[in-house]
Ligand binder design. Structure first.
Ligand SMILES: Cc1ncc(C[n+]2csc(CCOP(=O)(O)OP(=O)(O)O)c2C)c(N)n1
Length: 291
């Protein structure tokens, strides 16, 4: 599918069309496989698992951005706190028109703008901050939301994704405390709850459950959804957009129940795919499944 047809600045008019977004999610998943097999290193499982949500966020009309002017003053901001998921973010940015799709083939190469974790210093358009040291990106996102809500008093939104294993970092909960304290109704925190992390099941390594109740206790409006069900994704994002518009003076968290490696049979729900790329033979099978 050629995604070149997405014109700039049409986010306001884009329809929340589950069928179209599912096709876009497949394009994104293929980009992830293609870039990782060339890189010969990197993270497959998380990026594949969150592709349905990322397709909806970037191409479903929920986020304001301008690929021709990446630092446009009115843009909403997106931070991938779980920076190791960046192959999915790079695909979304390329498909949105921030940089040529061909550049995805440079993932993790020496001198590339597409490093293994997003880096602000390499000046890739669309990357708002460096991230990858777990727990830090979300803290930066909270700072962005504070500056928008309390200082500049503008209408921008901040979207930030953490992993579920990432929630084991204490700094995430300091960020959550601050988001509630400063009544950040412009902050949409997304947790990718695939119950997998680098060493095994999140619940076995260090349980972070129950997630929604914890965030609610911290003062968030929380919603837990099936992260592969587009209607539920739309419902959750609509809830945040309405919370922001109605100035409910609370941050929102969307907990996505996803499968690591979604779409590729031998990667699905298998934490061993947290941090490795497919071999060329595996990539061939994966691409056959992602159509
Ligand atoms: C502060 C910090 N500690 C450790 C790591 C190494 N690390 C990278 S990803 C990861 C596991 C994260 O789990 P999760 O957030 O669930 O991501 P997923 O396994 O779903 O990709 C770890 C421990 C890191 N990047 N930063």
């Amino acid at each position: 599918m050629d995604l070149g047809f997405f014109p700039t600045l049409t986010f306001e008019n884009r329809k929340r069309n589950a069928k179209e977004l599912a096709e876009i999610a497949l394009v994104i998943r293929r980009d992830i496989i293609n870039s990782l097999v060339l890189a010969k290193s990197g993270h497959s499982g998380g990026p594949l698992g969150i592709s349905d949500f990322m397709a909806s966020l970037f191409f479903g009309g929920y986020m304001k951005y301008n690929p021709q002017d990446a630092t446009w003053a009115e843009r909403d901001r997106f931070v991938f706190s779980a920076g190791h998921y960046c192959p999915v973010q790079y695909s979304c940015l390329a498909r949105a028109g921030y940089f040529p799709v061909e550049e995805l083939a440079t993932l993790r190469k020496f001198g590339s703008r597409l490093q293994g974790h997003p880096g602000r210093e390499v000046k890739l358009p669309g990357i708002e901050t460096s991230s990858g040291s777990l727990g830090q990106g979300i803290s930066i996102a909270v700072g962005m939301a504070i500056s928008d809500n309390l200082i500049d008093k503008n209408n921008r939104k901040v979207f930030a994704v953490t992993g579920d294993g990432e929630l084991q970092e204490g700094s995430c909960w300091e960020a959550a405390m601050s988001a509630a304290q400063f009544k950040l109704d412009n902050l949409c925190w997304i947790v990718d709850n695939n119950d997998c992390q680098i060493d095994g099941r999140v619940r076995d390594v260090m349980s972070i459950y129950p997630i929604a109740q914890k965030f609610e206790a911290f003062g968030f409006d929380a919603i837990t959804i099936d992260g592969h069900n587009f209607e539920q994704i739309f419902e959750a994002l609509d809830m945040f957009v309405s919370n922001h518009a109605n100035k409910i003076r609370k941050p929102t968290v969307i907990i996505l129940q996803t499968k690591m490696g979604r779409g590729v049979s031998f990667m699905e729900d298998n934490y061993e795919w947290h941090g490795k790329p497919p071999t060329p033979a595996e990539a061939e099978i994966a691409l056959e499944q992602l159509i």
